[in-house]
Design a protein. Structure first.
Length: 329
C-alpha cells in the first residue's frame, strides 16, 4: 500500500507476517536525481515484493535510492544490503546501530546474546526456541553493509526537504530520527508510535535504557511537530498528546513493577510473567518465544530504571540476577 503522507513523501506499508507489529512503514522522500528511503522492512520475500511493487508504482528505480536506517532492528534494516546495488547509493545510519547491524550478521553474535539471558531466569527451552525464531536471526540483512555514518546535527537534502538528523536513543542504543523544521515533519522511527507503545528493551550498551528513552521523548516534545511519521501503524497528528500517553504508559508500568517486587526478590523473567501484556487473553506460558524475549527485556529496562534510582537492588547469586525492592529510609 502506498499513501502520500505529505507532498512528495510517501508511506509504503510493508507486511510483517506473523509479527504482532503487523507492518512496517517505509517512507520514500522524493528528491531530484536521488531519493531517500527511510527504513526497509525485513529481509523476506513478503516485504521485498511489496516494496519493489511500490517503487515501480512511484516510478522510482531502486538504483536511484539512498537509505536512511533509523535503528538496528531487522524490520527497519533487513533489506539494506539487497536494495543498494548502485555504487552511488548512500546508506545512512548511526555509529552505534550500524556497528551492531554488521556484528549481527555474524552467526555467533546472537547465540552469545541469547545465552546471556540465562542469568535473568530465561530457561534453556526458551533460549533454544529463540535461536530459530528470533526475527533478527531470521530476517536480518544478507551481508555486511558499508554505512555512511551520520548523527546529531547532520542535514540531508532531498527535494525541498532539509532533513535534520536527531539522536534519540532508548529503543536502541543509537536510534536516529529525521526532522524537517520548515514542514514540521518528524520521521520518528520507533521513538514515537501511534497505536502501540514502542518496546523498550535492555541493552548491554545502556545502563538505563528507559531513562534514556524518556529523555529522547522530552527532546521530541521540545520540537514544533505538525506530523509524525512513525515506523509502524498510523501517522501521528497530535504528537504532544501521544508523547504524554507514552510517558503515562511507562509510569504505570513502573508502578506495576514496584508492586510485583513488593513481596520478594525476583528475576526479570519472573517479573515479566507477572506483568500485564496486551496479548489478547493469551497466558504467559503460551506466549511465542520472541514475545517472551521482548517482554523479559522490557521488564529488565524497567528494573534497571528503578535500580538506577535506588528503588531496586540488583543481587547476583548462583548465576542468577534478582531484583529486590529498595525503599528510601
Ligand atoms: Zn524497532
Amino acid at each position: 500500500m502506498v499513501e502520500e503522507a505529505a507532498p512528495g513523501i510517501f508511506r509504503i506499508e510493508l507486511p510483517l507476517p506473523q509479527n504482532p507489529l503487523k507492518a512496517l512503514n517505509s517512507y520514500l522522500v522524493r528528491g531530484e536525481k536521488r531519493h531517500l528511503l527511510v527504513d526497509t522492512g525485513f529481509n523476506r520475500k513478503e516485504c521485498k515484493d511489496v516494496l519493489y511493487g511500490a517503487l515501480e508504482e512511484l516510478g522510482v528505480r531502486p538504483d536511484a535510492l539512498d537509505l536512511f536506517i533509523t535503528h538496528l532492528h531487522a524490520d527497519h534494516c533487513g533489506l539494506a544490503a539487497d536494495l543498494t546495488t548502485s555504487p552511488e547509493a548512500v546508506i545512512y545510519a548511526s555509529q552505534g546501530d550500524s556497528k551492531a547491524i554488521n556484528r549481527m550478521t555474524d552467526g555467533d553474535f546472537w547465540l552469545g546474546y541469547l545465552r546471556g539471558m540465562a542469568q535473568h531466569g530465561c530457561d534453556d527451552e526458551l533460549l533454544h526456541e529463540l535461536e530459530s525464531s528470533h526475527p533478527a536471526i531470521r530476517f536480518g540483512p544478507s551481508g555486511k553493509i558499508g554505512f555512511s555514518i551520520t548523527g546529531e546535527g547532520a542535514v540531508l537534502r532531498y527535494g525541498e526537504n532539509e532533513l535534520h538528523v536527531l539522536s534519540v536513543p532508548g529503543h536502541t542504543p543509537d536510534h536516529l530520527a529525521l526532522y524537517e523544521p520548515r514542514r514540521k515533519i518528524l520521521f520518528s522511527g520507533d521513538l514515537i508510535l501511534g497505536d502501540i507503545t514502542p518496546n523498550i528493551p535492555r541493552w548491554r550498551e545502556m545502563k538505563d535504557a528507559l531513562g534514556t528513552y524518556l529523555q529522547s521523548l522530552d527532546k521530541a516534545d521540545r520540537l514544533d511537530i505538525a506530523l509524525t511519521l512513525p515506523g509502524h501503524r498510523s501517522l501521528v497528528r497530535d504528537t504532544k498528546k501521544r508523547i504524554e500517553e507514552l510517558r503515562a504508559h511507562h509510569a504505570r508500568r513502573l508502578a506495576e513493577v514496584r508492586r510485583i517486587l513488593e513481596e520478594r526478590a525476583l528475576t526479570a523473567c519472573q517479573v515479566a510473567a507477572e506483568m500485564t501484556w496486551s496479548m489478547r487473553g493469551i497466558r504467559w506460558k503460551e506466549f511465542p518465544a520472541p514475545q517472551k524475549w521482548f517482554a523479559v527485556n522490557e521488564a529488565l529496562a524497567h528494573l534497571d530504571y528503578l535500580a538506577a534510582r535506588s528503588e531496586a537492588l540488583r543481587e547476583e547469586d548462583g548465576g542468577l540476577v534478582r531484583f529486590r525492592r529498595q525503599k528510601s529510609a
